[in-house]
Write a protein that binds this ligand. Structure first.
Ligand code: SF4
Length: 515
């Protein structure tokens, strides 16, 4: 596609835009060898920012340690890649890794002089961190069961692969106003979290023949001013999906806001121009698309794939394991990768809810799989709170964070599991370290957003803003935000009160978010 980049002549750009114009973010990839031998204090601040385009993120405190975000489009991972990731985490990353809320894997505590070797190792197995961060198309979120999902309308893997081919490292899309979050799923349970992505493709059919394809939702995003994406009245045949994703990237790039950094996400542009104008702008680039059709999204599975289930391939099963908080030692990750080789064909998937999925297990091997020791730590059927939580990186590594998140949420959910030992209905509690909302507090049953507050005696303590009853799916809505923050040490009691109230008053079959 040919695009006209019109925004470069504007005079109202934020200061980030000027250093992006001075030197493109992707240019940093050519300078990694130089930076790897430059003392941290001597690296220009704008180059530290540009490192995000390489998927390298400066950790907190800013003293020369970095994290890398390894991109796994739609969570796709194979055993060879898994072993390399485990090797790298062991050799460089203090033997720990994190599965992120966007299906990536992060390794922390790296120094820039280690990066060239790390990148060579990743490249050897077809992995990249490029555009893991920065004002670019981020890791493509999608159905972790693509290709094996008995419920998917069609396999989205070729579409995800094509999107990666057209977007990653493409200078045409390397200077967007902010990040661009794409999601592709043909599963009817909103596994792609369509309501909160910049552009989401959801399953749909069109016309009397029920031709399979996508509907799209546009302009979703969280942060401190969350907005649900708007459905457009366009039907997108699968083979046109990446064209549409490119068209929206182009619209975002050329018309998106670039003045106030916190007002530059696509959601603000879409809110201002509206759905009909968005449709018009897209079709002006792609040519006419069919209007109408029927969306097939019927529920939200909340990103859960636990247990052993049938694949669409007869005789084969997938197994969804819980990685509480998404953090695991490299040695355990290696063992789970080895399970995928022992029982399956070495294919795994990550989810956006801190889970690992092993694919392609023959039916007669499932009993042995179930009896593997490591499943006591990474269970197939986790408890109602600890297995259904989500947290962001938090103060351990993120310079925006007000609070520690991973351990805090593990403590909260472990305590709630003890207080409600027989609860079968999972309750999803999300804890995010600051209002940027990377852990999606707005769509949790109970969402906590970290901050600070003063107690009666003037002591500054960790505190949470609270939202209750968020939900995605066909009728998405954000949780109701309570008026006052609570101190972090009250979180367990408050959550327990909500849950008791729900259990005592719910009607038959009523879910927490419906209560
Ligand atoms: Fe960092 Fe805030 Fe995002 Fe957590 S929510 S990872 S603290 S920016």
């Amino acid at each position: 596609m040919n695009y006209t980049q019109t925004w470069r002549d504007r005079t109202d750009l934020s200061k980030n835009e000027y250093w992006k114009l001075e030197k493109d973010g992707l240019e940093i990839l050519k300078e990694l060898d130089r930076l790897s031998t430059t003392p941290f204090e001597q690296i220009d601040v704008s180059d530290i920012e540009r490192l995000k385009w390489a998927g390298i993120y400066c950790q907190r405190p800013k003293n020369g340690k970095f994290l890398i975000r390894i991109k796994l489009p739609s969570g796709k991972l194979n055993a060879a890649q898994g072993h390399i990731i485990a090797d790298l985490a062991e050799q460089y990353g203090q033997s720990e890794l994190q599965i992120t809320i966007r299906q990536c894997i992060q390794i922390h505590n790296l120094t820039l002089n280690e990066i060239p070797d790390i990148f060579r190792a990743l490249d050897s197995v077809g992995l990249t961190t490029v555009e893991g961060c920065g004002d670019v198309p981020r890791n493509i979120l999608g159905n972790p069961l693509m290709g094996v999902d008995p419920e998917e309308l069609f396999d989205t893997e070729p579409i995800v692969d094509e999107a990666v081919r057209r977007f990653v490292g493409n200078p045409d899309y390397a200077n967007l106003p902010r990040k661009y979050k794409l999601s592709f799923s043909a599963n009817p349970h909103d596994v792609g979290y369509a309501g909160i992505n910049d552009l989401a493709f959801v399953p749909a059919v069109y016309g009397p023949a029920h031709t399979p394809g996508f509907h799209i939702r546009i302009g979703g995003g969280l942060s401190s001013e969350p907005k649900l994406s708007k459905p457009l009245n366009l039907f997108v045949p699968p083979e046109r999906a990446v064209d549409v994703a490119e068209a929206v990237a182009c619209i975002f790039r050329d018309r998106g806001y670039r003045t106030k950094r916190n007002h530059c996400r696509l959601k603000y542009l879409i809110e201002d121009i509206g759905a009909r104008e968005a449709e018009r702008l897209i079709e002006a680039i792609t040519g006419p698309l069919p209007h109408g059709g029927r969306t097939l999204t019927k529920s939200w599975n909340r990103g859960n794939f636990y247990g052993i289930h049938k694949q669409k391939q007869p005789g084969l099963y997938y197994a969804g394991l819980c990685v509480t908080g998404g953090v695991l030692p490299a040695s355990d990750f290696r063992k789970i990768v080895a399970l995928s080789e022992k029982y399956g064909d070495g294919q795994l998937r990550t989810t956006n809810t801190h889970q690992l999925i092993v694919l392609n297990i023959p039916e007669d091997r499932c009993p042995d799989f179930r009896s593997e020791n490591i499943l006591s730590r990474y269970p197939l059927r986790p408890k109602a709170f600890s297995g259904y939580q989500a947290s962001c990186t938090g103060r351990a590594y993120c310079s925006f964070a007000s609070i520690e998140t991973k351990h805090a949420l593990n403590r909260i959910t472990a305590e709630l599991d003890e207080r409600f030992p027989s609860l079968r209905m999972p309750i999803r509690i999300n804890l995010t370290g600051c209002p940027h909302s990377c852990a999606h507090p707005q769509i949790a049953d109970i969402g906590f957003t970290g901050g600070k507050m003063k107690t009666a005696d003037g002591t500054l303590v960790d505190a949470y803003a609270v939202a209750v009853g968020g939900h995605l799916g066909p009728n998405p809505h954000f949780g109701t935000v309570l008026k006052n923050r609570i101190s972090a040490d009250r979180a367990v009691d408050l959550a327990a009160d909500f849950v008791s109230h729900y259990l005592n008053g719910r009607k038959k079959g009523e879910r927490f978010y419906e209560f």
